[in-house]
Design a protein around this ligand. Structure first.
Ligand code: HEM
Ligand SMILES: *[C@@H]1O[C@H](CO)[C@@H](O)[C@H](O)[C@H]1NC(C)=O
Ligand SMILES: *[C@@H]1O[C@H](CO)[C@@H](O)[C@H](O)[C@H]1NC(C)=O
Ligand SMILES: *[C@@H]1O[C@H](CO)[C@@H](O)[C@H](O)[C@H]1NC(C)=O
Ligand SMILES: *[C@@H]1O[C@H](CO)[C@@H](O)[C@H](O)[C@H]1NC(C)=O
Ligand SMILES: *[C@@H]1O[C@H](CO)[C@@H](O)[C@H](O)[C@H]1NC(C)=O
Ligand SMILES: *[C@@H]1O[C@H](CO)[C@@H](O)[C@H](O)[C@H]1NC(C)=O
Length: 320
């Protein structure tokens, strides 16, 4: 570079400017819409407040929607797309079908944002802000949401089926699924704390309460009452037996007394590498809050489309 600069000064300048622009476009920023949609956060917060007031579980559903977007080809709004002649969408993938909810809430927020800031804010960014607001509205920590993602023009049902971890996962499989997204074991354990809110279907935890050894006997009996050994697959139970609509550290307290609902939850406290961290989070809310918030920012930065890649979708359920 120094040699090129010495000999052709103008070219050197152009190269340096392009390099700087490339770096800037590759990064997300909390102030991305400051001048182009200054009220974005207010619009999202207002709609999320209404949705969560109407049904507290919706906060959990929106948080999960963001996770399932980010883990499948990055946080690019691909999960929001309906299937078309050109691709099969993610909505009907195994981990999402009859399970992921909140698409209508995101569509409503998008309409409100379009009315204020036409063709400016991506669905992927709206989802990132909505997920943060969901956590805050249910009593959890806050963080600055990095912005500047653009929307995918395609979706992948097969990637959704292979990249999202299953509730039957071992600790090693969980660590590896997060590592594939450049997230650490510590990030994985902190992000699993999202299961302090929301519900799961009997089909996802039946095998844990009937067949596993590391489950609290009285807790298993309680859950078996509404989740029979066969049938009732869709019957819901709270992921956090103590407080399903409050974002707190009780999820970890449950794990310590073997009251995790999913096999994958209890894997975090099963005489393995994450036991000490689970104990720490169970007794120190601020340690959990700080790690959760930082891990959400890292999860939100998985493979974003930035610069001129992708598009700003006008309607989250279809490409322009
Ligand atoms: C560690 C691996 C994970 C596994 C195996 C897993 C699995 C599951 C399963 C099976 C359900 C119940 C779905 C149903 O029965 O319909 C669920 C619900 C949920 N998950 Fe996870 N999850 C994981 C990580 C995460 C992460 C990282 C987040 C967010 C940061 C998250 C947020 C949620 C929420 C909030 C719910 C409740 C949703 C609702 O009530 O609508 N999960 N998860
Ligand atoms: C962007 O807006 C936020 C929220 O209003 C404000 O805190 C921040 O200082 C602004 N930043 C810039 C660079 O304008
Ligand atoms: C499918 O892709 C083709 C080529 O890119 C495009 O012209 C067409 O509009 C797409 N169809 C749908 C339903 O999106
Ligand atoms: C974990 O270790 C404790 C103490 O050694 C033991 O009582 C318990 O059975 C072990 N649990 C599992 C699932 O191996
Ligand atoms: C099972 O849960 C109860 C509280 O409901 C607790 O007192 C007990 O210690 C738990 N058992 C185990 C093995 O963690
Ligand atoms: C709880 O965690 C925070 C953040 O890691 C730490 O600063 C604090 O000292 C911890 N408190 C206790 C009582 O261990
Ligand atoms: C967005 O597109 C879907 C699917 O075509 C359609 O049903 C819905 O009404 C559209 N939403 C708006 C606000 O136009």
């Amino acid at each position: 570079m120094a040699r090129v600069c010495g000999r052709i000064l103008a070219l050197c300048f152009v190269v340096a400017v392009l390099a700087a622009a490339g770096v800037a476009h590759g990064q997300l920023s909390p102030t991305f819409y400051n001048t182009t949609c200054s009220n974005l956060e207010g619009i999202v917060r207002s709609a999320m407040t209404q949705a969560v007031n109407k049904e507290a579980r919706m906060g959990a559903s929106i948080l999960r929607l963001f996770f399932h977007d980010c883990f499948v080809n990055g946080c690019d709004g691909s999960i929001l797309l309906d299937s078309t002649a050109n691709f099969t969408g993610e909505k009907n993938a195994g981990p999402n079908a009859n399970s992921v909810r909140g698409y209508d809430v995101i569509d409503t927020i998008k309409s409100n944002v379009e009315a204020a800031c036409k063709a400016t804010v991506s669905c992927a960014d709206i989802l990132a802000v909505a997920a943060r607001d969901a956590v805050v509205l249910l009593g959890g920590p806050t963080w600055k949401v990095e912005l500047g993602r653009r929307d995918a023009t395609t979706a992948s049902q097969s990637a959704a089926n292979s990249n999202l971890p299953s509730p039957g996962s071992s600790l090693a499989q969980l660590i590896s699924a997060f590592s594939a997204k450049s997230l650490s074991a510590r990030d994985m354990t902190a992000l699993s704390g999202a299961h302090t809110i929301g519900q799961a279907r009997c089909a996802t935890f039946r095998s844990h309460i009937y067949n596993d050894a590391n489950v609290n006997a009285s807790f298993a009996s309680l859950r078996k009452m509404s989740c029979p050994s066969s049938g009732g697959d869709a019957t819901l139970a709270p992921l956090d037996v103590q407080s399903a609509t409050t974002f707190d550290n009780k999820y970890y307290q449950n794990l310590v007394v073997r009251q995790g609902l999913l096999h994958s939850d209890q894997e975090l406290f099963n005489n393995g590498t994450q036991d000490a961290l689970v104990r720490q989070y169970s007794s120190n809310t601020s340690a959990f809050s700080a790690d959760f918030a930082a891990a959400m920012v890292r999860m939100g930065a998985i493979s974003p489309l930035t610069g001129t890649r992708g598009q700003i979708r006008l309607n989250c359920s279809k490409v322009n």
